[in-house]
Design a protein around this ligand. Structure first.
Ligand SMILES: NC(=O)c1ccc[n+]([C@@H]2O[C@H](COP(=O)([O-])OP(=O)(O)OC[C@H]3O[C@@H](n4cnc5c(N)ncnc54)[C@H](OP(=O)(O)O)[C@@H]3O)[C@@H](O)[C@H]2O)c1
Length: 336
């Protein structure tokens, strides 16, 4: 009897992945065997160990807000495989790639990370922090970089300033609290009653329960407000700010099907030049320089990813349902 040679990474051309062909609820997600992606000269092929599940994946899966379909695909999703945060090992690199070689342990941004392999550009990857597991590292890229950019590029946080993080218990907020502390901020975190202990454990100096406390009652005003949840009106945001404070509108889930609250963000930017306060918004960039800044904070233990739970690849739809239910403390991770 002839024995077949065991497949090696070079000969295996299919992989398991979480795919979807139509926008919808978590029910549209399916585990499938599909062709392994092929990297171009400028790209890195990553063997995925773990993939982070962030809110963005929910938006891409549902195609909501509808405005997002201009980027994700008008009638149906352009990319069949979900996921955008990755931690894994470099499997192969294109000829123009200079920063990584096969075998390197990396983390970063990669479309289609809910799969055994994903391709991305080297400018979207960094070396995995040496004190993190792959599961922890996969929970960092989108959420951590968004928090970093909200506080620094958009918020221009200075040491000693007071910071209000609205939505401190979620993916972005759990990093925003820790990074704001590391940058010398005095931090108040806003979350629901059952998650205030998490926000305290992340290092917040003060916590507020949005079901009971009103951060905009004027009793305390903040130099910087990072607005990540609840979609407060602009007048509420302004009431939480000092006379020359800054509000950074990062996101929120209650903004309507069509624009997802983009109106509020555009109104903020239009109004800001007429005020002493600064109201701003931003779309997070995916760059390795931010990952390297996050690595420095992580390796000095100023930032520790808050991983609520890890799911196996076939359980990705269950993970998405848990995210939808609003139960997650920090981040969920899919382990391949
Ligand atoms: N600008 C960008 O480029 C960018 C990048 C990434 C994400 N985003 C957006 O940012 C938002 C947050 O993302 P995420 O990954 O952090 O989501 P997430 O993990 O679901 O966290 C949402 C947070 O909002 C809080 N929240 C919910 N209702 C609230 C309310 N009424 N008042 C105050 N806080 C409330 C939640 O608190 P509890 O869980 O305690 O209820 C939780 O802390 C999403 O809309 C996402 O699309 C934008």
């Amino acid at each position: 009897m002839t024995t077949m040679p065991k497949p090696t990474p070079a000969t295996v051309s299919t992989m398991r992945a979480i795919t979807y062909d139509t926008y919808g609820s978590a029910d549209v997600l399916a585990l499938a065997d599909i062709a392994r992606p092929v990297h171009s000269e400028e790209e890195v092929l990553v063997r995925v160990h773990s993939a982070g599940l962030d809110r963005g994946a929910w938006h891409i899966m549902t195609g909501k807000p509808y405005l997002g379909r201009l980027a994700f695909g008008l009638r149906a999703p352009k990319d069949r495989v979900l996921g955008s945060e990755v931690a894994g090992t470099v499997d192969a690199v294109g000829s123009a790639v200079t920063r990584f070689v096969p075998g390197d342990e990396v983390y970063g941004f990669a479309k289609g990370s809910f799969a055994e392999y994903a391709v991305t550009r080297e400018t979207r990857l960094a070396a995995k922090p040496n004190n993190l597991t792959f599961e922890q590292a996969a929970a960092v890229p989108v959420s951590g970089a968004t928090a970093l950019q909200a506080l620094t590029d958009a918020g221009r946080l200075q040491p000693g300033e007071t910071v209000l993080v609205i939505g401190a218990s979620g993916g972005v907020g759990s990093y925003a609290v820790q990074i704001a502390k590391a940058l010398g901020g005095v931090v108040t975190g806003v979350a629901s009653s059952g998650k205030l202990d998490l926000v305290r454990s992340l290092g917040a100096d003060h916590v507020l329960d949005y079901t009971r406390d009103d951060y905009a009652d004027g009793s305390t005003r903040y130099d910087l407000v990072v607005d990540i949840g609840g979609n407060p009106t602009l007048s509420r945001l302004r009431r939480a700010l000092t006379a020359s404070g800054t509000a950074v509108i990062t996101g929120g889930e209650e903004g309507g099907r069509f624009s997802g609250g983009m109106n509020r963000q555009l109104r903020a930017v239009a109004l800001s030049p007429f005020l002493r306060q600064r109201l701003t918004m931003f779309i997070a960039k995916q760059r390795s320089s931010d990952l390297e800044r996050l690595t420095a904070l992580i390796e000095t233990e100023q930032v520790i990813p808050s991983v609520d739970r890890t799911y196996r690849l076939p359980e990705a739809a269950d993970a998405m349902r848990r995210l939808e239910a609003g139960d997650v403390r920090g981040k969920l991770v899919i382990s391949i």
